[in-house]
Write a protein that binds this ligand. Sequence first.
Ligand SMILES: [Mn+2]
Length: 355
Amino acid sequence: MSVRVRASRLFERQLQSFFKQKRSAHSVGIIGAPFSYGQKRRGVEGGPQAIRDGGLLERLSNLGCQVYDYGDLNLTTVPNDKPYNNHVHHPRTVGSANRILAESVSRAVGDGNLCVMLGGDHSLGIGSVYGNTQQQPDLCLIWVDAHADVNTPLTSPSGNLHGQSVSFLLRELQHKIPLLPGFSWLTPCISAKDVVYIGLRDVDPGEYYIMKNFGIQYFSMREIDQIGIQKVMERTLDHLIGRRKRPIHLSFDIDAFDPTLAPATGTPVIGGLTYREGMYIAEEVHNSGMLSVMDVVEVNPAIAASDEEIRATVNLAIDITTASLGQTREGSHCGIDELPSPSATYEQDEQTVRL
Ligand SMILES: [Mn+2]
């Protein structure tokens, strides 16, 4: 090896050690849940693969996270899954998928991981939140979404279970939920006061009734317009963890974003979050230090009009995930205590080269 090559390798090594990021304390478990039977448009089961292909795991590793990939769950359909009441679709299939997901999330959290669940449609919020409460019964829930997803099977206009997830979780609604086939394993596990919605702009009458009557804190797009995302996050975190620190479950539906930013999703609604508002939500959840499980749902690569639309939606999902786990827009000085100086050894080698 020539002296020049040796010198340049040495210099490279010095640079590497200088800029090596400090390992973050986060160990992150990734669970893929390729599932679409909580609504009628197939394709959202391709979400986990699209987000993986977009480089999520590499981005998290580069951030200093210790990443454990639990793989994608095998969520199959239950044969002869007749609608409940001739209206609620695929109850056994959705119930069974969520039971499997709940066990998986519970295990990943029990292993000591912060957990990222890649959906899949938002009916998976049932299993993800329930599984998390099995390890952390006192958690609170931030549901970022264009929709409240709190219809009961008896108020739902569409019969889609992805618009009913929160109703199955709320203790206050225990006696308003019929026993659906496939759901006997589930008991309500959170209280209305432990939930905050952000980004709402398409709320059904039954959902509005529930939000108002049970006192669920919400910040619709109107409140975001009115007081700004900074105040919204301040009030959200004050409401949930102001008096007592406890784990946060962040359930992020990509349709919370404006459809111009996240077009590859099943139920887009005009007038959604900007990129900066979404990033601020994620950053503030990270800064609370209490994030426990994050759901990233409703990315549907089969719906987009172009590859560019898929890429934009997937990149957005990845950006909010990495921001929730500590990526900052202003940069960071992880592992850098001082600027590098040309080292004596390097100078010496350079001289040798010159000779
Ligand atoms: Mn949703």
